[in-house]
Design a protein around this ligand. Structure first.
Ligand code: SF4
Ligand code: SF4
Length: 470
């Protein structure tokens, strides 16, 4: 059985013989490009700055995965905050759905790091070193991937990728840890060094080689657009009714549309598509084709906006409808989830207390016959200051409480676990148990009473001193 013949180009980055079609877009400076450049450089500055901005003694964003603590702008989420994080995550996803329904892939074109860094950092350096788009194409044609100017480009790319990888990892370990590690020999911190090297390599490979294929092949968001958008969503689109039938300037007649088939919109497209073929999964809504076409329209004396932000419905002459089911349902869902998150955040206690039984043994019998219960106490300090937490047990007055670490110092946003030992005479237990209350106090600002059941021998009178509860 023979394989079916290829049906033409399946991806703009692949030639029909399977080789790479390198896309070297021609920059189109114009109002949209200038607006996007301002946004892009602001986002780059923000990305670099955030790990260095302290809020309440912690970085503005710190995603401490080993300790399962996420700090976002002064609020620390502990492992017990899973519900809060789920509400926040759900709110973000719904917000993306809503934005996509209203404004199409505005995230891809304006704020996605892939677009921002590729179009406003890596590609400009490439054009500068290789002599613009035509210089890059000449090197591609001659297969000179290691020409001296390209080697210099790779060296600069590697330096930038190092900075980006270090900054990215600062979000997970903090800028101070990064600053400390870079001064040490890799032998002194092999694991962070390997993580850093792999991350740098991934960033370098992505922006040097994989490039727009991340949007075309790897990113799921582009594939979602068929369900996230509707015909009323704002998208970068070509006005078919105005542009067609297209004709070169020299062939232009009364019946011709406004498109002069100059292909400026194609040569400027960073994903290598032709917007005139309609809304496509590959379009990241970068607006470069708008600027390119507007320039051409001005040159040939026709109105701008042959390619513009519009909706498919508007281009077909259908009246624009702001209110559609998804534009009503998404905000309602957003209010529900975001409201739930804010209420839960605003009403959560200043400390998260968990009282647990010892996993090793339920109780132990001392040689003098007294019963010992080990109780584990986990305290998560959610406040913005460190506190000393005093631990007492109400209902254990007939015995003693050994609390080696009381008061327990817990820093802001920290989660600590300690153990106390409650020693009671056998008579204190009824039918093998005794109800007590574990009280955790931090000065006068925080008091929590946590009911707890101590375990003892089921028949205290007959208990053997050698017995234990394991
Ligand atoms: S840039 Fe405008 S005029 Fe030129 S091919 Fe594209 S749509 Fe037609
Ligand atoms: S078609 Fe236009 S908006 Fe879409 S990716 Fe290409 S240049 Fe950007």
């Amino acid at each position: 059985m023979t394989a079916p013949a290829p049906g033409g180009r399946v991806l703009p980055t692949l030639n029909e013989d399977g080789t790479r079609n390198w896309i070297r877009p021609k920059p189109s400076s114009g109002p949209w490009w200038r607006r996007r450049r301002v946004v892009a450089y602001a986002l780059m500055a923000l990305f670099i700055a955030i790990p260095h901005i302290p809020i309440a003694g912690k970085p503005a964003v710190l995603l401490d995965i080993p300790r399962r603590e996420f700090t976002l702008f002064g609020t620390t989420f502990l492992p017990t905050d899973t519900l809060l994080l789920m509400l926040l995550l759900a709110s973000i996803v719904i917000a993306i759905f809503l934005f996509s329904a209203l404004f199409g892939r505005v995230w891809c074109g304006w704020a996605c790091p892939q677009t921002v860094y590729l179009e406003f950092l890596y590609r400009p350096i490439e054009r500068w070193l290789e002599g613009g788009r035509s210089g890059s194409l000449r090197l591609d044609k001659a297969n000179r991937h290691f020409a001296p100017r390209r080697l210099l480009k790779y060296a600069i790319y590697l330096g930038i990728s190092l900075v980006l990888a270090h900054t990215f990892l600062a979000y997970f370990v903090g800028a101070e840890a990064i600053a400390r590690w870079v001064r040490l020999s890799p032998r002194e911190h092999p694991v962070p060094f390997i993580v850093m090297a792999v991350t740098t390599l991934m960033v370098f490979t992505d922006f040097t080689w994989f490039r727009e294929q991340t949007c075309l092949i790897a990113c799921p968001y582009g594939r979602w657009q068929s369900v996230l958008l509707d015909r009323q969503s704002l998208v970068v689109s070509y006005d078919h009714r105005r542009g067609e039938p297209r004709a070169h300037v020299k062939d232009h007649t009364e019946q011709s549309g406004d498109c002069i088939d100059c292909k400026a919109c194609v040569t400027t497209c960073p994903t290598g598509i032709d917007i005139r073929n309609g809304l496509q999964m590959e379009c990241v809504h970068c607006t470069q084709c708008i600027d390119a076409c507007d320039t051409i329209m001005e040159q040939v004396g026709r109105p701008r906006g042959l390619i513009r932000y519009s909706s498919q419905a508007a281009l077909e002459g259908v009246a624009h409808r702001v209110l559609r089911p998804r534009v009503v349902i998404y905000p309602l869902a957003l209010i529900l989830f975001l409201g739930g998150f804010l209420v839960a955040l605003g009403t959560r206690p200043a400390a998260d207390i968990t009282v647990l039984r010892s996993q090793a043994e339920a109780f132990r019998v001392e040689p003098d016959g007294r019963i010992v219960n080990q109780v584990r106490i986990r305290i998560g300090n959610r406040s913005r200051a460190g506190h000393e937490y005093a631990i007492t047990v109400i209902g254990a007055e007939s015995g003693e409480v050994v609390a080696p670490e009381s008061p327990l110092q817990v820093e802001a946003g920290e989660l600590r676990t300690t153990s106390i030992f409650v020693v009671l005479p056998r008579e204190a237990f009824t039918a093998g148990s005794r109800a007590v209350t574990v009280r955790i106090e931090a000065g006068t600002s925080f008091v929590r009473d946590q009911p707890f059941t101590l375990i003892g021998p089921s028949d205290a009178k007959d208990a053997d001193p050698d017995e234990d509860g394991s």
